[in-house]
Design a protein around this ligand. Structure first.
Ligand code: GUN
Length: 318
């Protein structure tokens, strides 16, 4: 059963090479593409069943409010993906769309109203915000128990102290991908490229908690390729198209690409040169269709966790 599921979600590709009989095969020339879309679809289906159960028991459905300031096309697209997933699962979600010139105090007032409303479980402010708004001040204003992104300082501190808390969605999604493919984390050398508050830093702590040896590399790391090529599990989250080429990757590594950039021809691409790197690795995520769908699925999971918390059932997604 487990095996079948695994086969469904990771597609195998073989590189067929003509290898002379006298050359010893020193590594496996095959790689698995981790199918984030299917893994996320399975998670969403199980969440939809949960929400149906709540309804059957006469409970209200979980609720999510998404605040978007301005018309950044990438943010609009992300927000639409979140609302679509919420609708599929049966979460009552609404977009609160404000103009790019709305004031900080207007936003703080809106968040305070949502904080006070006991029918609202989750509040998400889509980032980035226009430069006249203090992002940290805004994130701090969200009730930590409604902070579905896990960005409030109280949740960040609890994560680092090892206490129950709401955790950021992208790192949760990356762990879900690894677990779904039965990729061992304990004792492995994990290298993360990128030190953002959204991905790199929380992911480092979450991998440490799974007993990986973790390195965070960044734009000032000298000889980046020497650091990344130590990794059994390489995660890159910098938004720098094709930064990671074959010489940055160890044979048979697991490569998780969080970066997403739009090329001048309109195509989306990751931080990894997929075509070059895929032949060297054991597992690799595509862009799009890798980590992105999992981030959204984990947001849905966090919304349901907040809902359970408000219904006095302590079920954080630990
Ligand atoms: N912008 C880019 N990623 C995220 C995210 O995970 N949450 C929010 N709120 N904004 C983002």
């Amino acid at each position: 059963m487990l095996n079948m599921r695994y086969r469904n979600l990771c597609s195998t590709s073989f590189s067929f090479l003509l290898i002379p009989a006298n050359v010893r095969l020193r590594r496996c020339f095959c790689f698995m593409i981790i199918d984030g879309k299917s893994i996320a679809q399975n998670l969403r289906s199980s969440l939809r069943i949960k929400v149906e159960e709540y309804k059957k028991h006469g409970m209200r459905v979980p609720t999510l409010r998404v605040i978007l300031v301005g018309d950044n096309p990438a943010s609009l697209s992300y927000v639409n993906g979140k609302l679509k997933a919420a609708a599929e699962i049966g979460i009552d979600s609404r977009l609160l769309h404000l103009s790019s010139d709305c004031s900080e105090s207007e936003l703080l007032l809106l968040i305070e109203k949502l904080n006070q409303n006991t029918d609202i479980d989750g509040i998400l402010v889509q980032l980035p915000l226009p430069s006249h708004i203090n992002e940290q001040k805004l994130l701090r204003s969200i009730n930590p128990q409604k902070d579905v992104d896990g960005f409030h300082p109280e949740n960040v501190a609890k994560l680092w102290l090892g206490e129950s808390c709401i955790k950021p969605c992208t790192p949760l999604g990356i762990l879900a991908l690894l677990d779904n493919c039965n990729i061992e984390i304990e004792g492995k050398e994990a290298v993360i490229v990128g030190r953002s508050n959204i991905v790199g830093k929380p992911l480092a702590k979450m991998l440490l908690d799974r007993n990986a040896t973790v390195t965070i590399a960044h734009s000032h790391t000298p000889n980046l390729h020497l650091v990344t090529s130590r990794a059994d599990i390489l995660i890159t989250a910098v938004g720098s198209p094709h930064l990671i080429t074959a010489d940055y990757v160890k044979d048979n590594a697991v490569v998780i690409d969080v970066g997403i950039s739009r090329l001048p021809d309109g195509h989306l691409t990751g931080d990894v040169d997929f075509e070059e790197v895929k032949n060297k690795v054991s597992y690799i995520t595509p862009v799009p269709g890798g980590v992105g769908p999992l981030t959204i699925a984990m947001l849905m999971q966090n919304t349901i966790d907040c809902y359970m918390l408000h219904n006095n059932k302590n079920t954080y997604n630990l």
